[in-house]
Every structure is written in structure tokens, then in C-alpha cells.
Design a protein around this ligand. Structure first.
Ligand code: ACM
Length: 412
């Protein structure tokens, strides 16, 4: 991160599925809440892998990470996600949710009850310890994807709405966020929230983190209201999403929306962020593979003038960065081979054309259905064919690192 001038580490520490930071006042959060029996195999699949998961960071671990980051000029922004995604907490402590909640760690987005003083007290007590651990001025409240089903049935929440003249569940959510923001401010902190904090009204001092790509008005609306914004639209900036080599291009091009902002509006964009959710990332190597080189494209957008975004120029420089990543032992995703489709059709005669944007690779290929290796034929110039054929290509870097296999069939 430091090598590429990435200067904030936003650390999402809690979810329905697990609580990952020690809170001394509420020891069950990690003693019980950092363990789960199994994990869903893919979002929405309904299938579970049968493998237990556990683990959390002690407060000493967190301090060590904050200090390690600070030495590299990186500020750690902690997030305890609320009022939703609190299943772990609400199942372990009484009077935090509307109704007693049991187990069911896959009960996604179970919220705290904004109607109960005991729930607000719980949230503030948790943040008291977080504020002491993390010197960052910015702190992230979360506030995404709040399920409001329980709120609709709860008498405490009804009382709260009546007293405060709140008409909708969105306004109640907004009321909770304002309460927490006030508490943040009293403690010298500034609040960041996911873009759902716009629902029901948000104070102009909060920073909005745009994550829902499909909510296209977030940036415009936030800026008009005077809010600062951080950009991480999920389709392009979520590094746990499928690693398509071309997505460095999407990252560079997605921020072209900033072209239309004037100078003062541009100042309301605080930066960009790449999000990587660890749930389906089983190892450090896999994390590296998902994050690189896309993280370099994110750094590029963060540190370039909007008028200067140029993916072609980035791509040329990116392959130079591969040598550095090799030296650092980072298992990045190599550049995709280009110039062909999976299935190609032709009449008469055609040429099989393969291009790598990385000038340091050697491309090996086969046409007999076997997987290419470093012993296979080397591709140097376009191959002429007169009959149907199928090719498999693989690029090799000078250190032996190889790309995935690219298939191209040519049908006459
Ligand atoms: C999010 O990805 N739910 C912020």
C-alpha cells in the first residue's frame, strides 16, 4: 500500500458472520462471536462448506497494526458496522435488538434497535474502546443494508418515532446515524458511512462512501448537499469480485464522472478505495492475486488529475510494475492475452493473432488440445491457418510465473 501511495486502510471489523476485534466490556463478542460452524460457499447459494472459522484481533494486535501502518504513513480507519449487520452482537447481548435473537449467524443484516436506550448505550460503549485504539480522525459507522423488518413490529421503535416525529423507517435509521455522529464528534471523530446514510437525510458533516454502483445519483446528491464522498462503486472497485484482466481499464474509466465536476465540487471527493471482503478469500496468496494489479489502477485514479486518466498509458506503466511485484513476491494476476475471441469464424484463410500488453512475456501455445507449457511452441508472429483449429495460449514471465490458459477456436 505504501509503495503505491495508498494512505488509508479502512478496516471492516464486524459482520453478521463474525466479530473480529476484542471489546473488553463485551468479551462474548470475540469469545463466542468470532467463531462460526461453517461458511456459505457462495453468496446466495444456500450451501455451506462444513468448515469452522474462528479468529479475532486483540486490542494489542490492533495497536501493533496501527503503529506498523503509521510508520508507513498509513492511517487505519476502523469500522464497526451498525445499525445493521449486527447479528453476532445482537445474538450475544440482551436488549440490543428489538426482540431476542438467537444464533443463526447467516441471518444477514440483523440490526440493533434504535428505540432502546440500552442498544444506543451498547453501540457507544463499543465505540468508546474503538476510539481509544484508533487515533484516526475519520471513523466508519457502516450503516449499509439495514434490514428493517424487526423495526416495523417493535413498540420501542414506535415510541422513538412518535417522540421524534419520524415518519418512516429510513428516518429512524437516519435518527440513529445522527445520534452516533454526535457521539463521534463529541469524541473528536468524523463519521464516514456507506451510501445508505443518505436515506432519510444525512448531516452535511458526514462523509458518504459510494459503494452501490447502481445508485447512480449518490455522488451528485452528496455533493449538492455539501457532503464529502469517497468512491468505491462495487462493480469496478470491489477486489473480491472476479479478476478480469481488463478491469484495470474499468477502474480508470469509471472515475471519468469526475470530469464534470468544477473545482470546488472536486474538493468534496476525498478519494477512492478498493474493497476486498475476506469471506471467500482463503489465503494471503489469493488475496494478492485478487488485489493486484487492480489496486495499482485504484492508486492511479486516486493520484491523477481527472483530465489525465488514460488507461493505455497506465497499462504500459503497469507492466513495468510487475517486475517490482515479482521482487516483492506478490502473486498478482497477469495481463490478459488479447487479439482473439474464444470462438472465431472465418472463410478461406485467416491469421491467428495474439497480443500481450506485457512486453516481458513469452507466449507459448499448443494446437493439439494439451495445456501449453514452457516447452510448447513459442508464438512470435501471426499464424496462418486454412482449416478449423483450436489453440491454447499461455504467457510466461522471465521468472517462470505463468498466466492462466486462454483458448481460441477457429471455425471454417
Ligand atoms: C457493502 O459492500 N455492503 C458495503
Amino acid at each position: 500500500m505504501a509503495l503505491h501511495n495508498i494512505n488509508y486502510f479502512h478496516w471492516h471489523l464486524t459482520e453478521d458472520q463474525g466479530w473480529r476485534i476484542e471489546i473488553k466490556k463485551y468479551p462474548k463478542l470475540t469469545e463466542v462471536g468470532s467463531y462460526r460452524k461453517e461458511t456459505i460457499t457462495a453468496p446466495g447459494s444456500g450451501k455451506f462448506d462444513g468448515t469452522p472459522v474462528s479468529g479475532y484481533y486483540t486490542q494489542e494486535d490492533a495497536k501493533e497494526i496501527v503503529a506498523y501502518a503509521a510508520e508507513r504513513f498509513i492511517t487505519v480507519i476502523p469500522e464497526i458496522d451498525m445499525p445493521g449487520h449486527m447479528q453476532t452482537a445482537v445474538s450475544l447481548y440482551a436488549n440490543v435488538s428489538c426482540f431476542p435473537q438467537k444464533e443463526a449467524p447467516m441471518n444477514i443484516s440483523s440490526p440493533v434497535c434504535p428505540g432502546k436506550e440500552s442498544a444506543l448505550e451498547f453501540c457507544k460503549n463499543v465505540y468508546d474502546e474503538i476510539f481509544r485504539l484508533f487515533p484516526s480522525e475519520y471513523v466508519h459507522l457502516g450503516a449499509d443494508e439495514v434490514s428493517k423488518k424487526n423495526w416495523e413490529k417493535c413498540s420501542d421503535r414506535q415510541k422513538r418515532m412518535k417522540v421524534n416525529n419520524l415518519k418512516t423507517e429510513e428516518e429512524l435509521q437516519s435518527w440513529f446515524i445522527h445520534q452516533m455522529e454526535q457521539y463521534f464528534n463529541e469524541n473528536g471523530k468524523r463519521l464516514i458511512g456507506w451510501d445508505e446514510i443518505l436515506q432519510g437525510g444525512v448531516s452535511p458533516t458526514a462523509t458518504v462512501m459510494w459503494w452501490q454502483s447502481y445508485e447512480k445519483e449518490v455522488v451528485k446528491k452528496s455533493i449538492a448537499q455539501g457532503n464529502s464522498v469517497i468512491l468505491c462503486p462495487n462493480y469496478d472497485f470491489y477486489l473480491d469480485y472476479s479478476e478480469i484482466g481488463q478491469s484495470t481499464r474499468l477502474i480508470c474509466e469509471s472515475v471519468s464522472l469526475l470530469d464534470s465536476l468544477n473545482e470546488s465540487q472536486s474538493k468534496q471527493i476525498l478519494g477512492v478505495q478498493g474493497n476486498i471482503w475476506g469471506e471467500f478469500i482463503p489465503s494471503r496468496e489469493r488475496m494478492h492475486y485478487m488485489a493486484f494489479p487492480r489496486l495499482l489502477a485504484i492508486a492511479e485514479t486516486g493520484w491523477s488529475q481527472a483530465a489525465n486518466y488514460n488507461w493505455k498509458s497506465f497499462q504500459r506503466r503497469m507492466t513495468g510494475q510487475f517486475n517490482r511485484l515479482d521482487a516483492l513476491g506478490i502473486d498478482y494476476c497477469m495481463a490478459d492475452l488479447e487479439g482473439f475471441c474464444n470462438t472465431n469464424t472465418f472463410i478461406g484463410e485467416t491469421k491467428v493473432n495474439v497480443i500481450s500488453p506485457d512486453p516481458d512475456v513469452v507466449i507459448h501455445y499448443t494446437d493439439d488440445g494439451t495445456e501449453p507449457t514452457e516447452k510448447s511452441a513459442v508464438y512470435t508472429t501471426p499464424i496462418s491457418i486454412r482449416d478449423s483449429a483450436s489453440f491454447a495460449f499461455r504467457a510466461y514471465r522471465p521468472n517462470g510465473k505463468s498466466s492462466k490458459v486462454f483458448h481460441a477456436s477457429y471455425k471454417k
